[in-house]
Design a binder for this molecule. Structure first.
Ligand code: PLP
Length: 417
């Protein structure tokens, strides 16, 4: 029998191939297709791309580093000078008790989060995610081989400590907390975060705290979860934190974030994942990070710009009964069209096709996969509650946002888009 006549052994579907792509990519593709046909850009409320740009100091530092040849590999953790500056920022601004040896620069906090999950996952482990979540968190968990479980959120998309304790199971090892949250803009306060810490300690869970939107809190102030265990001995700390330059400094395409881990053991596990995944974060971009850290007022200005958009355009959605309240933080509002009897997928497709306005339907933020023993996805459903949900970003141009919201309101009041 020749090689060609032999029957091929069946190739099993890999775990990655079993995971559905993020719903956000679908909306991106639809918006691009609309632009090609109409030869003009739609109003892009589906994506968190800010109207403001990176600080000029960061742009110049990036260019200078590239021009002057400061572009050799750094260590997997990032430049020592930058990690020192980040540890100082985490201590002074976020209240962490940390040091540069526990800080990792990453090419985007997204990569840092994925690496963190990989560095902690053991076969069979479960992770608790919010019922309505950033779809990438779910993809990251599944890729790391973590079996997802979901904790419920109330009608304002807030978790409740009691139901959180009940949501975990025998094999739960991790919980992800995201404040300010994508997609609903919920901000978690200190009593809630303390309650999570308490439950996690009792149940033996480690915590991932995604704080990418730390500078976008419009009511109250951002509480960084790791600050609540600054007096706990290092080896007993639970919180692993993720931060980003994408939001605070509008450096989305620079791909720059950082991770703070609680102790040396967590650092050595994460180092291995980063060595194997990125070798090192990009060097000129790290110089841009150092420069951005020198102009913290830029982050405050950016917050005020997003707050102004929020206050100008979102109250009309509350008045129309499509939004429970203006979000206290973040870049996004999660509308509920169920009250006006509309399905978000149908509405979003019509709003783009007929009104040139792209928004993100909520189903993709509430997926509940079933997984097999190897954590491959065998089926996926969206929580029924999500069928009326629609996410809009309010970080972009204020006038475009106002026009997009007007079109949305007109379409919703007509009962169709
Ligand atoms: C909740 C959340 N975390 C993390 C990120 C990733 O940010 P980056 O990888 O650009 O640092 C995003 C980006 O949209 C996000 O919404």
């Amino acid at each position: 029998m020749s090689t060609f006549e032999m029957s091929a052994a069946p190739v099993a579907l890999s775990r990655a191939a079993s995971i559905p792509p993020s719903c956000l990519h679908d909306v991106f593709r639809s918006a691009q297709a609309w632009e090609l046909v109409h030869r003009r850009a739609p109003i892009r409320l589906h994506v968190g791309e800010p109207a403001f740009g990176p600080p000029v100091e960061a742009i110049e530092a990036l260019a200078a580093a590239a021009r002057e040849g400061r572009s050799a590999y750094t260590s997997a953790e990032g430049m020592a000078e930058l990690r020192e500056a980040l540890a100082a920022k985490l201590a002074s601004e976020n209240g962490h008790d940390t040091g540069p040896d526990r800080v990792f620069v990453a090419p985007g906090s997204c990569q840092g989060l994925a690496a963190l999950m990989q560095s902690m996952a053991e076969p069979g482990d479960e992770i608790l995610l919010p019922e309505i979540h950033w779809p990438i968190h779910l993809q990251q968990a599944l890729l790391a081989g973590l079996r997802p479980r979901f904790y419920p959120l109330d009608r304002d998309f807030r978790p409740d400590p009691d139901s959180l304790a009940d949501a975990g199971g025998e094999r739960t090892r991790l919980i992800l907390v995201n404040s300010p949250a994508n997609p609903a803009g919920v901000v978690l306060d200190e009593p809630f975060l303390r309650a999570v810490l308490h439950i996690a300690r009792r149940r033996g869970w480690r915590i991932i705290s995604d704080e990418a939107y730390e500078h976008f809190v419009f009511e109250g102030e951002h509480v960084s979860m790791a600050s609540l265990e600054r007096d706990v001995p290092e080896r007993e700390r639970l919180v692993h934190s993720a931060f980003s330059f994408s939001k605070s400094y509008a450096m989305t395409g620079y791909r720059l974030g950082y991770i703070a881990v609680p102790d040396a053991r967590a650092a050595s596990a994460l180092r291995v994942v980063q060595e194997a995944s990125i070798v090192a974060p990009p060097t000129p971009v790290q110089y841009a990070a150092l420069a951005a850290l020198g102009v913290p007022q830029a982050a405050l200005r950016n917050r005020e710009s997003v707050r102004a958009n929020r206050d100008r355009s979102l109250p009309s959605l509350v008045a129309a009964g499509l939004l429970g309240r203006v979000p206290p933080g973040g870049w996004y509002a999660l509308l509920d069209l169920a009250s006006v009897g509309l399905d978000a997928d149908v509405f979003a497709a019509g709003l783009l096709a007929e009104h040139g306005t792209a928004v993100a339907p909520g189903r993709g933020f509430a997926l509940r996969p079933t997984v097999d023993a190897r954590c491959r996805v065998t089926g996926i459903e969206a929580s029924p509650r999500s069928h009326g949900l629609l996410r809009i970003a309010f970080c972009g141009d204020g006038d475009l946002l106002a026009t997009g919201v007007e079109r949305l309101l007109a379409a919703a009041s007509g009962g169709r888009a």
